[in-house]
Design a protein around this ligand. Structure first.
Ligand code: CP3
Length: 373
C-alpha cells in the first residue's frame, strides 16, 4: 500500500464497463464474466495470506481485504470483468451483536434458540461504527483497482442470515430455522425485517464507499417451498431493493445495478416472483435454464450459471460446458444481451487455478458476438 495514494473518493476512471452495460440489459460484444468466491482458497496466494491471518482479521483489515480482492484480478489480468470486495455475509450478524467463528466453517457459539433471544441483539446497529472496515476496504480497493474493472459490494439475504443466526452454522435440514418460521411466524418476520433494514444501510454505505454494483446472496432460498419463499424470503428482498434504490437517489449516490442470487428458488412461480422483486439482474444456479427464466420474465438481465463442479472435469469438459452455456444464454446464437457469465455458485477450494483460467478463456471465445458457440 502506497500511503501517498489518497483515500479520497476521487476514483480513477473506469476502463471496462462491460458488466455495467450487461446489467442494464444491453447487448455486449462478449459476455462480461466474474466468478463468485473468486478470491478464495483455490488460490495459493490467498492461502498464503490466510496462513498468516485469521479469516475475520482479513475482512477487518482494509489493506488485507484489498490485497486479497486484487489477487484474482492480477492473476487473471484482462480475463475478469469485475471484482468483488473480500468480506463475508456473516459480518451482518456480527454487527447485530452475535459472535461468529470461522473454523473452518462458520459457527455461532450462541445462536438464537427462541424468539426471547432476540433481546440479546444490539437494539440499534450503526453500520458505520460496526462495519466501517468494509467501507474502508471498498474505498481502498477502488483505488487499488485503478479503474481496471468495477467493484461489487454485497450482503447476505435476510432469510439466509436468519438461518445462520438460528442454526448457529450450516445445516442440511434447517430444522431450527424452519421451526422458527412455522412456530413463530410473526417473530420470524419481525427479525427478517430487522435484518433487512441493516442490509439496506450496509448496501447504501458500500455504494457511498465506492461499490459499483451490489449483489444479495440468498444461498438458502431453495430450502423453502414456493409458498414459504413468497411468504418469508421475498418481502425482505423486495424491501431491500426498493429502499436501497430510494436511499441512493435521495443521497445523490449512483443508483447502481442490483443483482439477486436466490439459489435454488427455481420453481416457475419463484423465478417470476424473484424477477419482479426489484433487482436488475437475476443470478441463476446451474439447475435452471435461461429459457425457464425467459418464459416468466423475458427481458430480465441474467447472471450465471455453469455448474462449479465442471471445473473439476478437465479442459474438454469445461470447454463443452462453456459452449453449451453460451448457446443457452445467446438465444439462437444471437449476440450476448443482458448476460453476465458466472458460475452457478461459488468456486470450490479444490479447483486448479489454471482450469479457472481456461474457463475464462473459453468464455471470452464462445461468448463473442461474432462466434457461433
Ligand atoms: O466472492 C468473493 O470472492 C468475495 C468474498 C466472499 C466470501 N464469502 C469469502 C469467504 C463472499 C461473497 C462470501 C459469501 C458467503 N459467505 C455466502 C454466500 C455465497 C455462497 O457461497 O452461498 C455464504 C453462505 C457465506 C458463509 C460462509 N463463509 C461459509 C459457509 C463459509 C465456509 C465454507 C466455504 O464455502 O468456504 C465461509 C468462509 C469463507 N468466506 C471463505 C471465503 C474465501 C473461506 C474461509 C477461509 O478462508 O478459510
Amino acid at each position: 500500500w502506497d500511503p501517498s495514494v489518497s483515500l479520497s473518493k476521487n476514483f480513477p476512471p473506469l476502463k471496462n464497463d462491460l458488466i455495467l452495460r450487461a446489467a442494464r440489459g444491453e447487448e455486449t460484444e462478449r459476455a462480461p464474466v466474474w466468478v463468485m468466491r473468486q478470491a478464495g482458497r483455490y488460490l495459493p496466494e490467498f492461502r498464503a495470506v490466510r496462513a498468516e491471518h485469521e479469516f475475520f482479521e482479513v475482512c477487518r483489515t482494509p489493506s488485507l481485504a484489498c490485497e486479497v480482492t486484487l489477487q484474482p484480478i492480477r492473476r487473471y489480468s484482462g480475463l475478469l470483468d469485475a471484482s468483488i470486495i473480500f468480506s463475508d455475509i456473516l459480518v451482518v450478524p456480527q454487527a447485530m451483536g452475535m459472535e461468529v467463528l470461522m473454523n473452518p466453517a462458520p459457527s455461532f457459539p450462541a445462536p438464537l434458540d427462541t424468539p426471547a433471544d432476540i433481546a440479546r441483539l444490539r437494539e440499534h446497529v450503526d453500520v458505520h461504527k460496526e462495519l466501517g472496515y468494509v467501507f474502508a476496504a471498498i474505498t481502498r480497493t477502488r483505488h487499488g483497482l485503478a479503474g481496471e474493472v468495477p467493484l461489487i459490494g454485497f450482503c447476505g439475504a435476510p432469510w439466509t442470515l436468519f438461518s445462520y443466526m438460528v442454526e448457529g452454522g450450516g445445516s442440511k435440514t434447517l430444522q431450527k430455522a424452519k421451526t422458527w418460521l412455522f412456530k413463530h411466524p410473526q417473530e420470524s418476520k419481525k427479525l427478517l425485517a430487522r435484518i433487512a433494514d441493516i442490509c439496506v444501510d450496509f448496501l447504501v454505505g458500500q455504494v457511498d464507499a465506492g461499490a459499483q454494483l451490489l449483489q444479495v446472496f440468498d444461498s438458502w432460498a431453495g430450502e423453502l417451498s414456493q409458498d414459504d419463499f413468497a411468504e418469508f424470503a421475498l418481502p425482505p428482498l423486495r424491501h431491500i431493493a426498493g429502499s436501497v434504490r430510494a436511499r441512493l437517489a435521495e443521497h445523490n449516490l449512483p443508483v447502481v445495478p442490483l443483482i439477486l442470487f436466490a439459489k435454488g428458488a427455481n420453481a416457475p412461480a419463484s423465478l417470476a416472483a424473484a424477477a419482479a422483486a426489484g433487482y436488475d439482474v437475476l443470478s441463476l444456479d446451474w439447475c435452471v435454464a435461461p429459457a425457464d427464466l425467459r418464459a416468466v420474465a423475458p427481458h430480465k438481465a441474467l447472471q450465471g450459471n455453469l455448474d462449479p463442479s465442471l471445473l473439476y472435469g478437465g479442459r474438454e469438459a469445461i470447454e463443452r460446458g462453456v459452449r453449451r452455456m453460451c448457446a443457452a444464454f445467446r438465444k439462437g446464437g444471437g449476440p450476448p444481451k443482458g448476460w453476465i457469465a458466472n458460475l452457478g455458485h461459488g468456486i470450490t477450494p479444490g479447483v486448479d487455478p489454471e482450469d479457472l483460467k481456461w474457463f475464462l478463456e473459453c468464455l471470452h471465445k464462445y461468448s463473442a458476438r461474432e462466434v457461433v458457440p
